[in-house]
Design a binder for this molecule. Structure first.
Ligand SMILES: [Zn+2]
Length: 267
């Protein structure tokens, strides 16, 4: 089990990503998602340092690609820029030893589900050559989206995984709850989820969530509302022997991560 934070822990003052690894380790945590959400600004040297230190400490690395991505865009320039963001993310994450890059794929707009799917699929497919050219081990991780206007229902991502090489979904539990694909206040829903997905390894995002008719509004700290229920989540992960990495995307980051870790250690 790997549990960690989306970005540098809040309590790690003036820390670099490299410093954050030791901070997490000292808390008993062992995963860090590098946040490239406002652009990939990390250089190659830093990425290599992260890999060395993370290997040494046993911290699992992943990343989150920039938010400025829409792989279903009508505008060829916008699509090209989106692909560039993903390439940069994959390249640097690979140097950092990261196993997956979470990607917000974009929007349905008025395209209809099937046309959107086709565009998303073609866009990810077009990155295969780049991945092979640079021998990139980092997987492309289209994320289950929290808003209904955003592409990324579970079925669509499982289909992408089947149909495109180097793709492995990133499962955001709170988003799957906010879109009502699952009711994760119920333990049974976690069994249903694992039955349906059936993978060797899972990369999760977790938080509690405030949501409405259109889906996600904002993320909440663990323990505030128990929606989704983290205890049921970990119970089922434990019971089924699931190999998981869980990244906390809560406002309080490492505080929530520690809550999951503490509960996990009681199981
Ligand atoms: Zn995300």
């Amino acid at each position: 089990m790997h549990i960690g934070t989306a970005g540098i822990p809040i309590g790690c003052k003036n820390c670099s990503s490299v410093d954050a690894l030791k901070f997490l380790k000292d808390m008993g945590l062992n995963a860090l998602e590098l946040e490239f959400v406002r652009g990939v600004k990390m250089g190659e040297e830093t990425a290599k340092k992260i890999k060395n230190r993370a290997d040494l400490l046993g911290v699992k690395i992943s990343s989150h690609a920039p938010y400025y991505i829409n792989l279903a865009s009508d505008d060829p320039n916008k699509l090209e820029r989106s692909l560039e963001h993903i390439k940069k993310s994959l390249y640097i994450t690979n140097l950092a030893g990261g196993h997956i890059t979470a990607i917000h794929m974009g929007y349905y707009q008025n395209l209809g589900k099937e046309e959107t799917y086709k565009r998303m699929k073609n866009a990810l497919k077009s990155l295969g050559e780049f991945i092979e050219q640079y021998n990139i081990k980092t997987k492309m991780g289209p994320e289950t989206a929290g808003k209904l206007s955003q592409f990324g229902r579970l079925d669509e991502l499982l289909r992408l995984m089947e149909e495109v090489e180097y793709v492995e979904p990133v499962f955001d539990i709170a988003h799957l709850h906010a879109t009502r694909e699952f009711d994760f206040t119920k333990k049974q829903s976690y069994y249903d989820f694992f039955n349906k997905t059936n993978l060797d390894h899972y990369h999760f995002h977790f938080s509690e969530i405030n949501y409405g008719e259109k889906g996600e509004r904002n993320h909440l700290n663990v323990g505030e509302t128990m929606v989704p229920n983290y205890k049921y989540f970990l119970d089922v992960v434990k019971e089924l022997g699931i190999d998981a990495t869980i990244i906390l995307e809560t406002p309080d980051l490492e505080v929530s991560a520690k809550k999951l870790l503490d509960y996990w250690n009681t199981l």
